[in-house]
Design a protein around this ligand. Structure first.
Ligand code: ZN
Length: 229
């Protein structure tokens, strides 16, 4: 009976799921010889205003710097995430995401723990989906998508949490069920945006890179602070 309720003057703000979409048409890099490797790792939603903001920001950053998702910039987030798998995720995909989790945990910059988060805690949900590309789009296979979703409560008990998602497109298992793709999508989930550096796991076309570059590590430090271990 003594429970106090403040919901009358609490404000909930849910920022849109960050969207990342890089059309291959603007990629000036030479096309890979093997088209099956020309993998677009993209979110399906496009917000034009977000896109123009990102383009502005990219001009200000050096080539090897990994940009931060715009909705994560300036937010104070805990480095701890609780992760879980959607019900239909096959073991092969769980295994590759678990390996990606270890790569991020080795940095000491974020800490991903198996389990269920509360509303106030950061979470990552790993999922799969099956999306077939149109026949004229076969060179732009989407291997996955992922991104942060910022939840903010202001007023009493204010907090900011990231309820993120990272998924693989299992319609193309050869292209998607790969450590490099899982590391890329988890990178989006924890707040990394696409990088123009081929050394980065956040390069928009899969290079088979699963080791975080210095630029990737620097971006994580900017979001979560220096490593604690
Ligand atoms: Zn991506």
């Amino acid at each position: 009976m003594a429970t106090m309720r403040y919901q009358g003057w609490l404000t909930w703000v849910t920022l849109a799921l960050a969207t990342v979409f890089v059309p291959m048409a603007v990629d000036t890099k030479p096309a890979p010889i093997d088209f099956s490797n020309q993998v677009e790792q993209a979110l399906t939603l496009v917000n034009p205003s977000l896109k123009s903001t990102k383009q502005t920001q990219k001009k200000e950053t050096s080539a090897n710097e990994t940009p931060i998702e715009s909705i994560v910039q300036g937010q104070t987030l805990s480095r701890t995430y609780y992760y879980q798998f959607a019900a239909d995720v096959p073991t092969s995909v769980q295994t590759v995401f678990e390996r990606a989790v270890r790569i991020y945990n080795q940095t000491g910059l974020v800490k991903l723990v198996a389990g269920t988060a509360t509303e106030k805690q950061n979470s990552v949900t790993f999922f799969t989906y099956a999306k077939q590309m149109s026949s004229e789009n076969q060179s732009l296979i989407e291997s996955g998508h992922g991104g942060p979703k910022i939840i903010q409560q202001t007023g009493w008990g204010a907090y900011t949490a990231n309820h993120a998602r990272a998924g693989l497109n299992v319609y193309y298992p050869q292209s998607s069920i790969k450590l490099s793709v899982a590391v890329h999508e988890l990178g989006h989930a924890v707040g990394l945006d696409h990088s123009s550096s081929r050394l980065s796991v956040m390069y928009p076309v899969d290079q088979g890179v699963s080791s975080l570059s210095q630029g990737d590590l620097n971006a994580l430090k900017t979001i979560y602070g220096e490593a604690t271990n």
